[in-house]
Design a protein around this ligand. Structure first.
Ligand code: COA
Length: 303
């Protein structure tokens, strides 16, 4: 895996000076202390490239084996072409490349897509990246959203594995009737959110999705060694852990440092968690759409 985080920080204390809020309120309601903010030069493709290069290096794989590049993002630097085209060129890859738009579920969706293509012989290896510059989508003066979101990128290289390793079970879903609880209205610049509706929907979707993926993998919640939920809000994560029968002590949380980085949040937390070979890992994301996605992974290749 590889990560790329802009150096610029926006702390709760910085926000206290800008909007009507307090460090205590933000910490208590979300668990977030600070977020990273990219400069104008650190566009999504730039962050994605840096994370991707680090992942390729860490994997030790010959880049010529990479037949697929997926960049999960909702903050592309331009409408056309896809962000992945720039990232592919920057990394010198020769492969199929596309962007995947499933908001905060985007990275897990990408893992499921890449896994399927590898298992069916369509790709020898895949580079999956979650990358965002969410500050471009958030009204800097809206206290309901600016406290939550941050910028960053993280990537992973996926290769074939023995049958008992890799993705053992997964679930992807979407309920488009909830599109308007977290969206950018047509013609508008910034995201609008019904925070309470998102909170409720996130807990419900994640618990159901994690349970489905676990069932498909034939794994029980208590067997999971590393649970990596989408890093949106500590209270959402705590509710999911409790209702899905998972273990708080084995749950990864790094949102205090980065806030909600959408498609980058799960790979950033996964990269920091550094699972051991053979660990059972559960990824669970939810986001605008409303989308959700879960994957149960036996870490390593077993080969
Ligand atoms: N600082 C201080 N007060 C704030 C505030 C802020 N940044 N934002 C809102 N408030 C106020 C509200 O105006 C409201 O005041 P009122 O009671 O006088 O009207 C009060 O705090 C409670 O607001 P409410 O929106 O009900 O708070 P909440 O407990 O629902 O917390 C969120 C708000 C956004 C933190 C919470 O709803 C949440 O995290 N939702 C999920 C969002 C999310 O994860 N989105 C991304 C999903 S991928």
């Amino acid at each position: 895996m590889g990560t790329a985080l802009p150096a610029g920080k926006l702390t709760n204390f910085d926000l206290e000076k800008r909007i009507d809020t307090t460090n205590e309120w933000i910490l208590d309601r979300t668990g977030i202390s600070e977020r990273r903010v990219a400069t104008d030069d650190e566009t999504t493709d730039v962050l994605a490239t840096a994370a991707g290069a680090e992942a390729i290096k860490a994997s030790g794989i010959d880049p010529e084996l990479i037949d697929l590049l997926i960049v999960a993002t909702i903050t592309p630097p331009q409408k056309l072409p896809a962000t992945s085209a720039f990232v592919q060129d920057n990394l010198g890859l020769a492969c199929g490349a596309f962007d995947l738009v499933a908001a905060c579920s985007g990275f897990v969706y990408s893992v499921v897509m890449a896994d399927s293509l590898i298992k069916t012989g369509g790709a020898r290896a895949a580079l999956v990246i979650g990358a965002e510059t969410l500050h471009t989508m958030v009204d800097p003066m809206d206290r309901g959203t600016v406290i939550l979101f941050g910028d960053g990128a993280a990537a992973g290289v996926m290769v074939p594995s023995a049958p008992a390793y890799g993705v053992l079970g997964s679930d992807i879903g979407c309920d488009g009737s909830l599109a308007n609880i977290l969206y950018v209205p047509p013609g508008a610049e910034f995201v609008q959110m019904d925070g309470k509706a998102v909170f409720r929907g996130a807990v419900r979707a994640c618990v159901q999705s994690a349970t489905t993926a676990l069932e498909r993998a034939g794994i029980k919640g208590e067997e999971i060694d590393v649970f990596v939920p989408h890093q949106a809000n500590t209270r959402i994560i705590d509710a999911i852990v409790e209702r899905a029968g998972l273990d708080n002590a084995r749950t990864v949380k790094n949102l205090d440092k980065y806030g909600n980085t959408s498609a980058a949040s799960i790979p950033l937390a996964l990269a920091e968690a550094q699972p051991n070979d053979g660990d059972l890992v559960l990824l669970c994301g939810f986001g605008a759409g409303m989308t959700w996605a879960s994957a149960v992974i036996r870490w390593g290749t077993g080969l």
